[in-house]
Design a protein around this ligand. Structure first.
Ligand SMILES: *Cc1c(COP(=O)(O)O)cnc(C)c1O
Length: 417
């Protein structure tokens, strides 16, 4: 007889044995006090004692790993617009886009997003994950004999979309133009080719050589799909992402983004030519057979996108904080990846020690940075991914680095040369 429970428990145990079993913190973010949050959690503290678990929050902590990069998730205008939308239009959308759920705010939002990327049209999905998964799997079915060409560090949602599309797949080494061209050359020039890549890669914080990739795509007649999830709202004069900053938006066929990270709400989207968007609208299962995002969500996202089109202050301050943090880490000789973006990964290089640093930061200092382990990053590169933003003060940055430095000494981690 097959033992179902035993089988599933064994899978969990193997994660625990490797030190990469995921533990979620039980948080409640505090409006007006970003990056503070209450921690309701029941974690094991450093000295092995379990703190009490009551209905009262245990403590307030400082969050250093949020993807609400600019604090827009609690911007007063965003909150007001969401409350107004609920008062006027209620909670849910009441249907799929096709069956009574196509409300005015989602239509407005799509117009705003098309304008953001200087494209003819946009299409909103439940999340950025769904946007990637649905669009890529649909395209690989619509383009006959298509080869899907994918950067090896592409996000899981793109990998899944390509997998589900069942077209031939070729993977090029991360940001490696020579390898990419080798692959493009090998494919029959008459076959459709879809090239999927990201602008900002969120684990190392590096940026793709976008112009060169687009040059190759044009030379070999490949259709381009760009994930700007970690760039929209944060780069470019209006927050249109790296393609916006580099003046390359018109050379990308589909630009994909999220409304959940810098825009602070929820939802994902694609933008492109009207005919492209219409094809996905008409064929993508993950778009068609699910209920539309609620009016309040569309309203909040719309307010956030509009705000960041006009305001540069958040973007500037975010970059300043990131470079301040890098300077402090260098001074403390704590190893980190010297990225050119807002993402500052501190390298630990071992899953157990990485969790240990994270536990001590929380237990001793009330600072929260989630350890990032395999398979999100390669083994041996386990890290603490820090995302400082405009609402982290210089004082907070100093406290963080001083705490890290103490822990580095306590558990004898190697310092940077
Ligand atoms: C987070 C993420 C997504 C998914 O976006 P959600 O809106 O959170 O579903 C897609 N691509 C990349 C690169 C991401 O990091």
């Amino acid at each position: 007889m097959f033992h179902y429970d035993q089988c599933l428990e064994d899978h969990i145990k193997s994660l625990q044995d490797e030190g990469r079993y995921r533990v979620f913190l039980d948080l409640e973010r505090i409006v007006g006090q970003y990056p503070k949050a209450y921690n309701f959690g029941d974690y094991t503290s450093v000295d092995g004692k379990c703190p009490r678990n009551t209905l009262e929050p245990l403590s307030d902590i400082t969050v250093w790993c949020s993807n609400d990069y600019l604090g827009m998730g609690q911007h007063p205008d965003v909150l007001t617009s969401m409350k107004d939308a609920i008062d006027r239009m209620g909670a849910g959308a009441g249907g799929t886009r096709n069956i009574s759920g196509n409300h005015h705010l989602i239509v407005e939002l799509e117009k705003e997003l098309a304008d953001l990327h200087d494209k003819e049209a946009a299409l909103v999905f439940s999340s950025g994950y769904v946007a990637n998964e649905s669009t890529l799997s649909t395209l690989s079915k619509l383009l006959p004999g298509c080869v899907m060409i994918s950067d090896e560090l592409n996000h899981a949602s793109m990998i899944q979309g390509i997998l589900h599309g069942k077209a031939e797949k070729r993977v090029f080494r991360h940001n490696d133009l020579e390898h990419l061209e080798e692959i493009l050359k090998e494919i029959d020039p008459n076959r459709p080719k879809l090239l999927a890549f990201e602008s900002v890669y969120s684990m190392d914080g590096d940026i793709c050589p976008m112009k060169e990739i687009l040059d190759l795509a044009e030379k070999y007649n490949a259709f381009t799909y760009l994930d700007e999830v970690h760039a929209v709202g944060m780069y470019g004069p209006r927050g249109g992402g790296i393609a916006d900053r580099e003046g390359l938006m018109d050379r990308v066929d589909i630009i994909q983004g999220t409304l959940a990270k810098a825009y602070g709400v929820i939802g994902g989207y694609i933008s492109g030519k009207s005919s492209t968007i219409d094809a996905i609208r008409s064929y993508a299962s993950g778009f068609i057979f699910t209920t539309t995002l609620p009016p309040a969500v569309a309203s909040g996202a719309l307010t956030s996108v509009r705000h960041l089109k006009d305001s540069d202050a958040e973007r500037k301050l975010q970059q300043e904080r990131a470079s301040e943090l890098r300077t402090l880490l260098s001074e403390a000789e704590i190893p980190y990846i010297d990225s050119v973006t807002h993402i500052v990964p501190v390298l630990v290089g071992d899953p157990v020690l990485c969790k240990e640093v994270s536990d001590r930061l929380l237990g001793q200092f009330g600072m929260y940075i989630q350890p990032i382990n395999y398979p999100t990053v390669p083994r041996g590169t386990e890290r603490l991914r820090i995302t400082p933003g405009p609402l982290h003060s210089s004082e907070m940055l100093k406290e963080l680095v001083s705490a890290l430095s103490k822990i580095w000494s306590e558990i004898k981690l190697p310092r940077a040369a």
